[in-house]
Design a protein. Structure first.
Length: 251
């Protein structure tokens, strides 16, 4: 490994006291490497609920304090925790089609959403290669509600999922790649040593007015819809039972 994939950064602020306290309390550093990765991964997948933070480029300690996040923010927390327990990792950046968020984004504001939404997953270095981790985005509670609502459907692009195997997506850490939004990918930006570098080069282009609306109104509406769906209180759209076939090659 010729580059530094273990350092802290302003976004990967794993030296923050709450993150250090979490790691010490869970005893993650004492586990064998495979189990260490799995424990951190499962924490981010399920203890940090699927939801929408104020922005993509927030530090890991803020994601932990929020207790929820989406692909980019949960990815930042995952990277910070992995580096804190000596697991080398980097970020792979993309965009996804906004259709992947349909059902979560209220229909009233869906037309003004950007056509492409910033996306990322985490890659960990193992045995001289890289393993892709994306399956941590949706917590089990939300995913189970999605599977129940779309029972009998395998290909889905909507409600935060982009998969051809909804009933059993590859989300469990077993030493290999995990995915839950891969079929929604539009553009591939390549790999970045840190999320800090990625967001410097590829910030989400909302515009001032839409950015203000998202931060102070729309995301709260989206989070309320996520909670309602998780609790079975939201009727799913019936026209989302297909995944995008034009997903780009991310390898």
């Amino acid at each position: 490994m010729s580059r530094d994939y273990l350092s802290a950064t302003p976004l990967l602020d794993f030296e923050a006291k709450p993150i250090q306290a979490l790691i010490a309390d869970r005893g993650w550093s004492e586990l064998p490497t495979h189990d260490r990765i799995g424990a951190v991964y499962d924490f981010v997948r399920n203890d940090i609920a699927f939801g929408y933070n104020r922005a993509d480029d927030i530090p890991a300690s803020e994601v932990l304090a929020d207790g929820y996040g989406q692909c980019n923010t949960k990815g930042t927390l995952l990277m910070a925790l992995l580096r804190a327990v000596s697991v080398p990792c980097r970020l792979h950046g993309f965009t996804i089609h906004k259709g992947l968020q349909r059902g979560v984004v209220p229909e009233l504001v869906y037309p003004i959403a950007p056509d492409e939404i910033l996306h990322s997953w985490v890659e960990i270095e193992r045995d001289g290669g890289w393993i892709n981790l994306e399956g941590f985005i949706l917590d089990d509670g939300f995913l189970n509600a999605l599977q129940s609502a779309f029972r009998g459907t395998e290909s889905l692009c909507g409600y935060g999922a982009g998969t051809h195997c909804l009933s059993a997506p590859p989300i469990t850490w077993d030493g290999g790649d995990t995915y839950i939004q891969k079929t929604g990918i539009v553009r591939n930006f390549g790999v970045f040593d840190t999320p800090d570098a990625f967001y410097r080069d590829h910030g989400q282009s909302f515009g001032r007015f839409r950015g203000w609306l998202y931060r102070f109104a729309i995301r709260h509406w989206m989070n309320a819809r996520v909670r309602a769906f998780r609790q079975g209180r939201l009727t799913p759209r019936s026209d989302l039972n297909h995944a995008r076939e034009e997903a780009v090659d991310a390898t």
